[in-house]
Write a protein that binds this ligand. Structure first.
Ligand code: HEM
Length: 612
């Protein structure tokens, strides 16, 4: 997922559509397309050769490729050198359509013959094919290097794209893992990819060799959004000083914002109350909770960045969420991946001006908000949110040319935090409510624990978590079972490295199969079932599990993890303190199978929220 939109969570989607298109391109339309092209070309050549009567050009072309007809119908080159007009019959049975054709001049005729001659074309085609094959071999020569991870045999040009089901990559990788082991290699067109599976290999790659495996593939499409070489953000930033500076800044700002007027926990708790009120407005009638969950989580990020929350019916807010949703769709689309793989296309003016409209609209809206925010910024006051803290850094470091604090990077970092922080957490909350209506026994035990530890007299707070092992286990199991970022965000090796005895060269794209860890059959008792006991010991105490890795691991581990955990606990307990959730009467049981968006979300479902 090289995108300019931050999450890029599942760049891996890109070849999916490409592969599927190639596989499913129907043969009949393909044939008629070829015929149409041949017909058009034939018509053009006939039009030219025959003096250009439109009606003649529009007549059905004789069968066979246009270059074959042109070469075959014309007399041999020497004979065709006269300028006499010749009579060319029309289609059988249409004597009226016989027409005069003026053969081309000897020079043109010779040149065309040279170009159109079937043998010559065949030689050119063979030469091009050999050339492409050599380029292809060159791109995958590392497959033959000593101790390179094994993998399925790629086909020229496409690599292994047709051998994978991009709608269900975890399953494709599951089968390949059984065939080739925990570390295997793939070829995505000309891009070499290595996939790590299982706790041991993933930990070794991300943690033990984190210094070598924490780079990211480049994102040339960032230029389209107006980001220059000094704006790299955090998620897509190459592993280096710019990334380190921004990551440190985001982590410490997230931690220190609690020192402002309102703590982050207060923001989240107040938002949870607004969310509960919006649920209550449905008065027990069925509704799909996803949009409200997105609004609540988006407001937490808005508070964090701008110290501002939106009303749920604010048109700007609704527009922003719509742009974000569409932008994510673009993010997982084929076009973005093609542009990032062939950056030369970005120089085509139409492409540069028109592609990725939703991402442009989303960025434009964030810019508007930022511009407005800047007008009220007072450098002498403590920062209201991350944007103020960033502006202060820009001010402080404006003399330092190597600093990553600049206006462009501020825009990119903000858009990254919005997208990475919003969608992930709201999808996880959506899984949590779905699993509660599918497992009423579990919901009942959560209600009991809330009643015992918090009661109805006050709001939940983070301090309660330590006394609520069952609820904590349920939230962890929701994340394990939901498995929303199954392939993490692609990494890249910044230098040659060795993992599990395999040599992986610099510049190789790495896929971290988090799903293979979260659903590892050798680790979890019931890997494919929702089973909160995975996180409880025999006494009912909460236990941490090493294979719980939804936020990834190593230097690139999700920097929003503490915030996400806080939101999940507070939103979940606030909602369950106030409501009982159930499947609407008469509705079928919703499915617990995920849909790949690029992130894995539950299929749309409705709930009834009845006040307790
Ligand atoms: C349930 C919620 C979340 C999940 C499951 C999640 C998951 C992930 C994963 C798997 C990665 C990729 C790590 C890697 O490359 O190895 C990631 C990266 C990241 N996440 Fe999250 N995330 C969540 C919430 C958040 C939130 C709330 C924020 C911000 C406020 C955030 C910001 C980021 C950033 C900035 C990165 C890039 C880190 C880097 O490249 O150094 N995430 N997240």
């Amino acid at each position: 997922m090289r995108s300019n939109l931050p999450p890029r969570l599942l760049l891996s989607q890109h070849p999916s559509s490409r592969a599927r298109k190639l596989q499913s391109f129907p043969s009949a339309p393909a044939a008629s397309l070829v015929e149409a092209v041949e017909g058009a070309l034939g018509a053009v050549s006939r039009g030219r050769a025959g003096g250009g009567s439109p009606s003649a050009a529009a007549r059905p072309a004789p069968r066979g490729p246009w270059w074959f007809r042109a070469a075959g119908a014309a007399p041999a080159s020497g004979q065709a050198s006269c300028c006499r007009a010749v009579r060319v019959p029309g289609p059988p049975g249409d004597s009226s359509s016989e027409r005069l054709c003026v053969p081309r001049s000897p020079v043109v005729g010779k040149a065309s013959m040279g170009l159109l001659n079937g043998d010559a074309l065949l030689s050119v085609a063979i030469a091009v094919a050999v050339f492409l094959l050599l380029v292809d071999l060159m791109h995958r020569r590392q497959r033959w290097a000593a101790r390179y991870p094994p993998g399925p045999m790629p086909v020229p040009g496409l690599g292994n794209l047709l051998q994978l089901d991009f709608q269900n990559l975890p399953y494709s990788f599951y089968k390949l893992r059984h065939q080739f082991g925990d570390v295997f290699s793939l070829q995505f067109a000309w891009t070499p990819v290595v996939v790590f599976n299982g706790l041991v290999a993933v930990r070794e790659a991300l943690v033990n060799h984190g210094e070598d495996t924490s780079d990211r593939p480049p994102v040339p499409t960032n230029e389209l959004m107006g980001f220059g070489p000094k704006a790299k953000g955090v998620i897509g930033a190459p592993y280096g000083p710019g990334w380190r500076e921004q990551r440190r800044f985001s982590v410490s700002t997230l931690r220190n914002l609690g020192l402002g007027k309102k703590s982050l926990e207060q923001w989240v708790t107040e938002e949870a109350t607004c969310l509960c009120d919006a649920f209550a407005n449905h008065a027990g009638h069925p509704f799909n909770p996803s949009a409200l969950l997105s609004k609540a989580v988006c407001n937490v990020i808005a508070s964090l960045i701008y110290a501002h929350r939106f009303e749920y019916n604010d048109p700007i807010f609704i527009r922003m969420l719509k742009f974000l949703e569409d932008a994510l769709r673009e993010d997982s689309g084929l076009l973005l991946q093609v542009l990032n793989s062939m950056p030369v296309l970005l120089h085509i003016p139409w492409v540069a001006a028109n592609v990725l409209p939703a991402q442009r609209s989303f960025m434009a809206l964030l810019n508007e908000l930022l511009t407005e925010h800047k007008t009220t910024w007072d450098p002498d006051e403590p920062p209201r949110g991350l944007a103020d803290a960033f502006l202060a850094e820009v001010h402080k470091t404006k003399e330092k040319s190597e600093s990553s604090f600049n206006d462009e990077n501020l825009r990119l970092v903000i858009s990254e935090l919005f997208t990475a922080g919003m969608v992930t957490t709201s999808i996880t909350m959506s899984w949590a409510l779905l699993l509660m209506i599918l497992h009423p026994d579990v919901q009942c035990r959560v209600h009991q624990e809330i009643d015992e530890v918090i009661g109805q007299g006050r709001r939940p707070e983070m301090g309660d978590q330590a006394h609520m092992p069952f609820t904590n286990a349920v939230i962890h199991e929701v994340q394990r079972f939901g498995d929303i970022v199954p392939m993490s965000v692609p990494h890249m090796t910044s230098r040659d490295t060795e993992v599990q005895g395999f040599l992986i060269p610099k510049g190789t794209i790495l896929f971290i199969n988090l799903s293979s860890v979260l659903k590892d059959e050798t680790i979890w008792e019931k890997p494919f079932h929702f089973h909160p006991e995975h996180f409880l010991d025999a006494e009912g105490c909460f236990v941490k599990r090493e294979a719980f890795m939804p936020f990834s691991a190593g230097p690139r581990i999700c920097l929003g993890e503490p915030l996400a955990r806080m939101e999940l606990f507070l939103f979940f307990t606030c909602l369950l303190q106030r409501f009982s959730f159930s499947v609407p009467k008469g509705n079928p049981q919703p499915s617990d199978r995920g849909m790949s968006l690029p992130l894995v979300a539950p299929s749309p479902y409705e709930i009834c929220a009845v006040s307790r």
